[in-house]
Design a protein around this ligand. Sequence first.
Ligand SMILES: *Cc1c(COP(=O)(O)O)cnc(C)c1O
Length: 378
Amino acid sequence: MKFATELIHGGNPIDPEHGSLSHPIYLSSTFAQHSMDHFGRYDYARSGNPTREALEEALAGLEKGATGLAFASGMAAIASTFLMFAPGDHLVVCEDVYGGTFRLLSTLLKGWGLQTTFVDATDTAAIAAAIRPETKALYLETPSNPLIKITDLPAAAALAREKGLLTIVDNTFMTPYLQRPLELGCDIVLHSGTKFINGHSDVICGFAVARDAEIGQRLRFIQNAFGAVLGPQDCWLVLRGLKTLKVRMEEHQASAKKIVSWLQGQPDVAKVYYPGLPEHPGYQTHLAQASGPGAVLSFELSSYELTKRLLEGVKLSAFAVSLGGVESILSYPAKMSHAAMPPAEREARGIKDTLVRLSVGLEDPDDLIADMDKILHR
Ligand SMILES: *Cc1c(COP(=O)(O)O)cnc(C)c1O
């Protein structure tokens, strides 16, 4: 099945009895058993729920993995995955990792004894140099946030395999429509489903998809033991949002390309970060592992005053945290996604006070451009 077909028909209809095209929402917390010796497929809904299972199977199918798991948030999926490791273990993590992941690793998990080295993952040699005897995994995001840096996933996965490490990729920005890390040799894909996967800015959710069933089993054990599962009503909303993933991504991306061209012609825009630009240092690498540049871009303005004026003045793009919704969202990484990062650390990573990130929604791009144009040319 091609991707678009899988979006519509993937995720087994578990209850075909009445022919419902929309998957039923099973709100039950427990399921009655008929035999003392053999329990049915579902017993208690933390361990399994038919609505959640349909969504988990859909995600596993789209990412080409053996097992999919739905969590209460992207951070719940990420934190649960880190529970595969033990105190004393070491991870090599891309330095511009999502702010919440940075916070989790540098506070809670550091206190628990999980060690992390942050590296410039655009440089495979830097990843290799950070590997220690106690290293257990590489943790990557590409394109990264907010500077849209590109990591060579096949090269990183090959290195990890050679050293006996797992490769974990947060694929939130790309979605399986544009990039499938498991097909590139990585072991676990994570998502903040809150973003493009659900796509309608109305659910907080997360996913983990494992390439092989053995790792899937370990994650399923953690999902049940730790218990950060996604509720059935939210699962249903995501099942619904997912059906339009392809058409949304195509439209988001076409508009993003148009906005990028416009931004490049603006004298007050100092720099544009987008993996669809041939001058982007990761352009070739991205092109080789993803089928498109996506719809998240960042740009630097010429002054702090103009940055403030744009963020406070835009009418169509919401000035907000998050991305991947049908509504365009302009965000300010220094005080939003990367607020948890100390200012010195942030500056060192190139996240300036004049940097804004745009997640291009499904509005007409001409309207989005006119909205920003008014402020830049005031
Ligand atoms: C939003 C986000 C997360 C966290 O997901 P939540 O659903 O907010 O918990 C993790 N990684 C990336 C890349 C994100 O954008």
